[in-house]
Design a protein around this ligand. Structure first.
Ligand SMILES: [Zn+2]
Length: 542
């Protein structure tokens, strides 16, 4: 009797405390994507974060989130974050792919373009979400209540579009010289956009000398790559617009616009919850241009920490309940030249024999066919048989191409579209998926090549290092693993080191605003963010 009374009292105390600490239904949902922010970089820099990325760690931390699919590029990655779906369902199989049925001369398409616009090409394109086959959180919120506002701001157009979706109220992205919106939108720009564009233009007239933060001192060591070196901060010259993208000023400007829109639009104060997605793109440009383990990345990530802190402060100032999720579109790893001297001697650049044009040449000679026989964006990923190859030769050309790729020592596997089509959608922990399952998750039969090529680990598919020295895009875990952090002020968090997926973000956020998501429409599952016995996924679990 006495014991059961005590037990009842204890239970009451537990449930009272979990009620007091439970997540509040948010009025503002903010999704931040830090481009190329790998789980490895998060782990390496966790102790150094003092601002926003420090504060987010008091929330729910999934240090092993997975962009589970093989095509770990920016567009596919961003397409998973707010759709709950792998690229196999979003249709965003890569940043660029081939569509030989196009009537325009350029048969390559860019993931966030509309190729039906006359005179467009994959390089000179009109930004559009029309290739995205899935609905985003914003699309679903808008359908549930048109009063919900969908705002998307990013350094890259593809980040803004893939997180924002088909029904964006405000979308702003960097076009190389200023922040712009979609063509044909003739509503006046918010004041903050003009203000940031003017400030950036003025700052670009002058050079910019970055200051090495003290914690980055030990990483400031030059490493030679061909005729240049990386690892040490360097000044940006006046008018160097490419240098702007790898400077702290880039993410700062994107953040300024996001914060300005929170204020100007009074996010959270409308009749329905609002969603804001923010793409901080500079980390990716820093990774590509300088690698991931030098002073450049150190300074950049401390800058991200600061920008996230400013976003949280702006959200606090709204006095509206909000929830933030922060993740990345893919991971990454260092340039081979530094990997080699940092304990990974097998790191290498890809062999030029694997370039699609070179593989194509060999096959053209073998079958006496005009070039190109093969089309491909890169020396890995989707490879397409040219449309003009006669029907009676196609099977033999495909077989020979597969054998020639497999004979290359840097190739790990080659799948045919037919092989991937027959595989069931992968299930189970993403870190244990087979290579074929990873490729299946970014396979769309309408858009895939006839062959899909996987390079071995530590092979960097960049030969010309004059601009970019390092990259991502592989099916290996250093490119797939990203942090996923959920945060609401005052709500206790926890850390879960077991793998979850970025496709879990959408159902998790939707449950917090009681927005039903039919599970058959997505690949992810709701993550229960309650640190105790409460269940923030009650809607899904009912
Ligand atoms: Zn990216």
């Amino acid at each position: 009797m006495k014991l059961s009374v005590l037990f009842a009292l204890a239970l009451a105390a537990v449930s009272a405390s979990s009620v007091a600490q439970a997540m509040v239904r948010p009025r503002i949902i903010v999704a931040i994507s830090v481009d190329q922010f790998s789980a490895d970089l998060f782990d390496e820099y966790r102790p150094l974060f003092k601002a926003g990325l420090h504060r987010l760690q008091s929330g729910v931390v999934f240090p092993a989130g997975y962009q589970s699919h093989a095509a770990t590029e920016t567009c596919p990655g961003h397409s998973t974050i707010l759709t709950g779906s792998h690229p196999s369902r979003t249709g965003i199989i890569a940043n660029e792919w081939y569509d030989q049925s196009l009537s325009r001369p350029d048969k390559k398409v860019y993931c966030a373009e509309d190729p039906s616009v006359p005179g467009s090409s994959s390089k000179n394109y009109t930004v559009s979400a029309q290739f995205l086959k899935a609905q985003t959180l914003g699309d679903r919120m808008k359908a549930a209540n048109p009063k919900s506002r969908v705002i998307s701001v990013a350094g890259k157009d593809r980040a803004a579009i893939m997180m924002g979706g088909h029904a964006i109220d405000q979308v702003w992205f960097w076009d190389g010289k200023s922040y712009v919106t979609l063509k044909g939108v003739d509503q006046p720009a918010p004041a903050i956009v003009d203000k940031v564009n003017s400030a950036v233009a003025a700052a670009m007239l002058k050079p910019d000398s970055p200051v090495l933060p003290e914690p980055c001192r030990s990483r400031s060591v030059p490493v030679a790559v061909a005729d240049k070196s990386v690892g040490v901060l360097h000044a940006r010259q006046a008018g160097d617009w490419q240098g702007f993208r790898t400077s702290l000023a880039f993410d700062r400007a994107t953040t300024d616009i996001a914060i300005g829109l929170i204020r100007e639009l009074h996010l959270g104060a409308g009749e329905a919850p609002d969603v804001l997605s923010i793409g901080l793109s500079a980390t990716d440009y820093v990774g590509h241009t300088f690698g991931t383990e030098g002073a450049e990345m150190c300074a950049q990530l401390l800058g991200v920490d600061d920008n996230v802190g400013r976003i949280l402060a702006a959200l606090d100032a709204t006095h509206q309940p909000y929830v933030v999720v922060l993740t990345a579109d893919h991971g990454g790893h260092d340039l081979p030249e530094r990997n080699k001297i940092h304990g990974v001697p097998d790191a290498a650049r890809v062999d030029a024999a694997l370039l699609p044009a070179n593989m194509s040449k060999v096959l053209a000679a073998e079958f006496n066919l005009p070039e190109p026989v093969l089309l491909g964006v890169a020396p890995f990923g989707d490879i397409y048989l040219a449309r003009g190859i006669p029907e009676n030769l196609r099977a033999r050309v495909l077989e020979s191409a597969k054998a020639r790729y497999l004979a290359q020592p840097q190739v790990a596997a080659v799948f045919t579209a037919g092989e991937l089509r027959r595989l069931p959608a992968p299930t189970g922990p993403a870190d244990e998926w087979s290579l074929a399952e990873r490729f299946r998750a970014s396979f769309d039969p309408e858009r895939a090549g006839e062959l899909i090529v996987a390079l071995k680990t530590h092979i960097t598919p960049i030969i010309d290092t004059s601009t970019y020295v390092a990259t991502h895009g592989s099916a290996w875990n250093y490119d797939r693993k990203v942090p996923i952090l959920f945060y609401q002020p005052g709500t206790p968090g926890f850390e879960q080191p077991l793998p979850v997926e970025t496709v879990d973000i959408l159902p998790t956020l939707a449950a917090l605003i009681q927005l039903p998501i039919p599970s058959a429409e997505i690949d992810g599952r709701c993550l229960d963010l309650d640190a105790g016995s409460g269940d923030t996924c009650a809607l899904e679990h009912r």
